[in-house]
Design a protein around this ligand. Structure first.
Ligand SMILES: O=C(O)CCC(=O)C(=O)O
Ligand SMILES: [Fe+2]
Length: 293
């Protein structure tokens, strides 16, 4: 399955007066995503980038997942936003507030992560829906979504996201384990690709994709010389408090902040209270614990 389609030219230019109008919401409901270009401006992006590059928490807490294609993906993930720039961005009106309007109600921070696709070695994320994972964590409804923010330019040369627009309307698809990842039933993905044509999400640094948790997506390995890092913040509706205790938080009210706080925050690398996740090993330990109950 391949395609020449890209998201080039699609989306909205972010400005402080951006609003989720009925038209924007209708587009999100129909396609399962919207793109906001320049969601982070040059100064905000530069601060985020240097915080990520300096922050030892990111290096010390990152873990790999086999991609079933011979490489590993590299991720650092945490549960609570905290007060550093990653937390302030995740709590800001333009990120969290926009997601609330798209999902139709109050949201809380389910987790955030940095996906580090390094030059030449970056692993793939195989076809999945985020709700393929999150369903198993006791979230009864697919009232969840992710904001995917490009830290580096992401395009088809370095493993940008690939999506099947509108595929969220198919509901949750069966997933099977491949490597350390969950893979959506490929027969179903291929059938859906005939009616929801594969599209490469090409983004410049600071651009963001807001997407629904049932949107099918994947990203290829990075065999190019160009790094492809992305910062992702995932949200759950407050009304969708998970019914199982799992390795992501139950409803925890989000302390939203104004967009101006992003610039005030600066390169603060204090990661107190973020609760970094240990990766597949910790997942296994949690699964054993919940089976013992
Ligand atoms: O950034 C990527 O390439 C994909 C990440 C992803 O889909 C995920 O972490 O669920
Ligand atoms: Fe995903």
């Amino acid at each position: 399955m391949d395609s020449d389609r890209t998201t080039d030219g699609l989306g909205y230019q972010f400005a402080d007066n951006f609003m989720v109008t009925n038209e924007v919401k209708a587009q999100f409901d129909k396609d399962g995503f919207i793109i906001l270009r320049n969601l982070l401006d040059g100064e905000e992006l530069a601060t985020l980038k240097s915080a990520l590059e300096q922050d030892q928490g990111l290096a010390n807490h990152n873990y790999g997942r086999d991609d079933g294609e011979g490489r590993q993906t590299k991720t650092t993930l945490w549960n609570y936003p905290g007060d550093d720039i990653t937390g302030i961005i995740g709590r800001s009106e333009k990120v969290a507030g926009t997601m609330e309007k798209l999902l139709g109600g109050e949201v809380y921070h389910y987790h955030a992560k940095v996906i580090m696709k390094e030059p030449f070695t970056g692993g793939a994320h195989i076809w999945h829906q985020d709700y393929g994972y999150w369903y198993l964590n006791g979230n009864l409804f697919p009232d969840m979504g992710t904001v995917w923010i490009a830290v580096d330019r992401a395009d088809r040369t370095n493993g940008c996201l690939k999506i099947l627009p509108g595929s969220h309307q198919a509901g949750r698809i069966d997933h099977v384990k491949v490597g350390d990842q969950a893979c959506a039933d490929l027969e179903r993905v291929n059938q859906l690709a005939k009616v929801c044509p594969l599209t490469y999400v090409q983004l410049d640094p600071g651009d963001a994709l807001f997407f629904h948790c049932n949107l099918l997506h994947r990203s290829d390995q990075n065999s190019s010389p160009n790094r492809r890092w992305a910062f992702l913040v995932c949200y759950n509706r407050a009304s969708n408090d998970p019914v199982y205790k799992h390795h992501h938080p139950n409803y925890t009210p989000l302390q939203k902040v104004s967009n101006a706080k992003i610039k005030e925050c600066g390169v603060k690398t204090d990661t107190t209270g973020k609760h970094f996740f240990g990766g597949p090993k910790e997942e296994l330990a949690m699964d054993i614990l919940s089976q013992e109950k």
